[in-house]
Design a protein around this ligand. Structure first.
Ligand code: MG
Length: 358
């Protein structure tokens, strides 16, 4: 089999309220890989909030030349080829999103060629994955916050995650406690700092939340500073989760060696696609750590379904019904992994025409 063409574009997709108050749109950098066998692969990277998507698309264009005429079933070989292209450009940030989109498309072809969904191709653990409802952005009113948490609870989600971005730790505590009270004990909660505090700020914030029995305390410090993350993990009594802004197995190895987190959260579209995310997941397993991938749950399901240490997928219910042909549905707090060959996702007819921005 040979790669004959790769078509790429950006889809700019509006988000629904109340999320739109924080992030009015998302951008998907799409790479559709065509082969001489008539099997096509859909790759895409979700650029959260959209900033930088055009730069990702430019690097996808660059990597097309690396893949053209190659056999797409040699996924690992092609991953190495892309990773080692342009040795002066480290495959993190923009370049990593681009590589990820193409790796996701290659695996889609591999699954379709094997007539297997990816989680089964990789040796399935489960076909049903629990999800946590995620959102709770800082611009939400208390009413919006509770309404969102209740909406996920009504879908059966037994976990809900919200942001704690207020400069006053007691204000954050108040919001978390309000949601917890409204949910009435049937739902456990997580909180997300999104890299906004330093070590002492986190110690102070976590102390104000300690009695609330939270599942995890997420991304306490700048993702660049694993030493500080480890210091927080040692100092607070809530388990730390991090990793959505870590890109490679080596970045995760450093987190693990420093014991900087109990839950690792690679983002498929940042952490260099399915190939590297699976390696990160297995590395985590070797150290007794759970994996809970960041966003794009429709793709992450295959990773969690293939790893014994897979925990939860992050469910942000933002996609309009005319973006994908068939979005997995949350029932009783779980997603059944699509049994279609490959990753099972396809763009809806007309989605490119409607949402294409470049
Ligand atoms: Mg986060």
């Amino acid at each position: 089999m040979k790669i004959t063409a790769i078509k790429s574009c950006i889809l700019a997709v509006p988000t629904p309220p109340p999320m739109a108050a924080q992030y009015p749109q998302q951008k998907l950098v799409v790479a559709e890989i065509e082969t001489d066998a008539g099997i096509g692969g859909l790759g895409y990277s979700l650029v959260f909030g959209g900033g930088g998507a055009e730069a990702v698309l430019a690097y996808v264009e660059r990597l097309k030349g690396v893949l053209m005429d190659e056999d797409p079933l040699f996924v690992e070989r092609l991953w190495e080829k892309m990773f080692r292209a342009d040795q002066g450009i480290k495959k993190q940030g923009i370049a990593a999103y681009a590589l990820a989109a193409l790796d996701i498309g290659l695996w889609d072809i591999a699954g379709k060629a094997a007539a297997l969904p990816l989680y089964k191709l990789w040796g399935a653990v489960t076909d049903r994955v629990p999800a946590y409802g995620s959102g709770g952005w800082s611009k939400y009113s208390e009413q919006e916050l509770v309404a969102e948490a209740e909406r996920y609870a009504a879908l059966g989600c037994r976990y809900y995650k919200m942001k704690i971005h207020h400069p006053d730790p007691q204000e954050n505590r108040k919001r978390v406690a309000t949601v917890q009270r409204a949910l009435g004990g049937s739902v456990r909660m997580m909180v997300d700092v999104n890299q906004r505090l330093d070590v002492l700020g986190n110690v102070r914030q976590a102390a104000a939340l300690e009695d609330l029995d939270l599942v995890w305390y997420e991304e306490p410090v700048l993702a660049d500073d694993n030493a500080a993350c480890a210091e927080v993990a040692r100092a607070i009594r809530i388990p730390v989760a991090t990793g959505e802004n870590h890109y490679t197995r080596w970045e995760f190895r450093d987190l693990i060696e420093r014991r900087a987190a109990r839950y690792l959260m690679p983002d498929l579209c940042r952490a260099l696609g399915f190939s590297e995310t699976l390696r990160i997941g297995r590395l985590a397993a070797a150290h007794g750590l759970a994996l809970s991938p960041h966003v794009v749950h429709e793709l992450s399901l295959h990773v969690v379904g293939a790893l014994p240490n897979g925990f939860l997928v992050e469910f942000i219910d933002w996609t309009p019904p005319d973006l994908f042909a068939e979005m997995p549905q949350c029932r009783d707090g779980h997603f059944v992994i699509p049994d279609r060959p490959g990753h099972g996702m396809a763009l809806a007819p007309g989605a490119v025409a409607k949402y294409r921005s470049s």
